[in-house]
Design a protein around this ligand. Structure first.
Ligand code: ATP
Ligand code: MG
Length: 369
């Protein structure tokens, strides 16, 4: 079966073709990063308009790169939520139109389930890896979500914990903004941190007892306090301008002796340590056969290394495998949507004309439906 996936939940217009065995035939992403960079983050109205102009060429390119005509597609999968309503509407309506015109099943997919299922995909030219074994604990860390999930089978999710405030990706993005490192923040912090010492600044970790919830807002405030003495004050009139939406975001200006690399490394370490320790603790508590990492922050090298190390140190060398998706499938893409749809179709999940966008869709809520 060849599934066309469409993803427009935030600021990437994406389409992909994936077989129901998880083989990626094409994976096309048109990024809007340049469009939003001037504003320091995603502007929803600009994102929706960007999807409208990009979506048809992106779908056509995905089909062409897969060497397929529209009629050779067996199902259409689309992200229904969570995400920005205006952005989701573009993908959902294009998917509905294609499903109607081609008379193919329409599969609405939860974007978060897509991130999880990126771990079941094989890129072109790569050797297929054995599928992750259940039960598994998944640490889902993205721009808008930080969740620990117990997965007992396909589509079977149990919520273990989540962030009480900022998501891990959001913490990276806000930290990068505070340090004047730009957008998107995760890769920028990772780059800056490579030159720094992770133990240079004792930043706080919100352990919240033995539970599986997270909190990153205190860490962000601690970083703000550390950079403040180095900041070069802007004239009041300029401050007023930058606080309104739709005017250009200007990064803060600092004295040249700001220890950017040490601050970035210490900040990254504080985020990564809590994520890794809690994920491994959950894997042990629920006898997981696999520990899975998913979402944009899964691209972070320090997090991958820390998880591997934490498993060995806390559970022993023969412990459970840690799995993460190929780098290019960590952040938003449509291959993960088509991949998740392959498994959903086998469970009989299919949408009709009533399929609508669900901007606040939850992963566990969907599984219990
Ligand atoms: N190397 C990296 N290190 C840390 N964070 C990273 C890295 N690469 C990307 N990120 C972060 O990942 C996030 C983007 O991930 P993703 O595309 O999954 O988020 P999203 O789709 O915006 O949110 P959600 O999936 O929750 O709706 C951003 O916050 C970005 O800073
Ligand atoms: Mg995402």
């Amino acid at each position: 079966m060849k599934i066309l996936g469409i993803e427009t939940s935030c600021d990437e217009t994406a389409a992909a073709v994936v077989t129901d065995g998880g083989r990626v035939r094409s994976n096309v992403i048109s990024s809007q990063i340049a469009l939003h960079r001037a504003h320091g983050g995603v502007v929803p109205e600009l994102a929706a308009r960007g999807h409208v102009t990009a979506i048809i060429p992106v779908v056509e390119t995905a089909l062409r790169e897969a060497g397929l005509g529209r009629a050779q597609i067996d199902a259409i999968a689309v992200t229904a939520g969570p995400g920005l309503a205006g952005s989701l509407l573009v993908g959902v309506n294009v998917a509905k139109a294609l499903a109607y015109a081609l008379r193919r099943p329409l599969v609405p997919v939860n974007h978060l389930e897509g991130h999880v299922y990126a771990n079941w995909l094989t890129l072109p030219g790569a050797e297929p890896v054995p599928p992750p074994r259940f039960p598994l604990v998944c640490l889902l860390v993205s721009g808008g979500h930080t969740e620990l999930i117990l997965m007992t089978g396909h589509g079977q999710y149990r919520h273990l914990g989540r962030t009480l405030d900022d998501a891990a990706g959001e913490a990276f993005d806000k930290g990068a903004r505070l340090l004047g490192l730009g957008y998107p923040g995760g890769p920028a912090i990772q780059r800056a941190a490579a030159e720094g010492r992770p133990d240079a600044f004792p930043l706080p970790r919100a352990w919240l007892g033995e539970g599986f919830d997270f909190s990153f807002s205190g860490l962000k405030t601690a970083l703000l306090r550390l950079v403040e003495p180095y900041r070069i004050a802007e004239p009041a009139a300029d401050r007023l301008k930058t606080s309104t939406p739709f005017v250009e975001h200007r990064p803060p200006r600092f004295r040249s002796d700001l220890p950017v690399a040490d601050l970035a490394a210490s900040y990254q370490e504080a985020v990564v340590e809590v994520l890794a320790v809690k994920a491994v603790r959950a894997a042990a508590a629920f006898d997981a056969a696999t520990l899975l990492l998913a979402g944009g922050v899964a691209a972070n090298a320090a997090l991958r290394e820390r998880l591997d190390r934490e498993v060995i140190e806390r559970l022993g060398t023969d412990a459970i495998p840690v799995r993460y998706p190929p780098l290019e499938l960590c952040t938003d893409n449509a291959a993960m949507i088509a991949g998740a749809a392959g498994f959903a179709l086998k469970r009989g999940v299919q949408g009709g004309w009533e399929v609508d966008v669900q901007p606040r869709l939850a992963l566990v809520g969907q599984a219990q439906r």
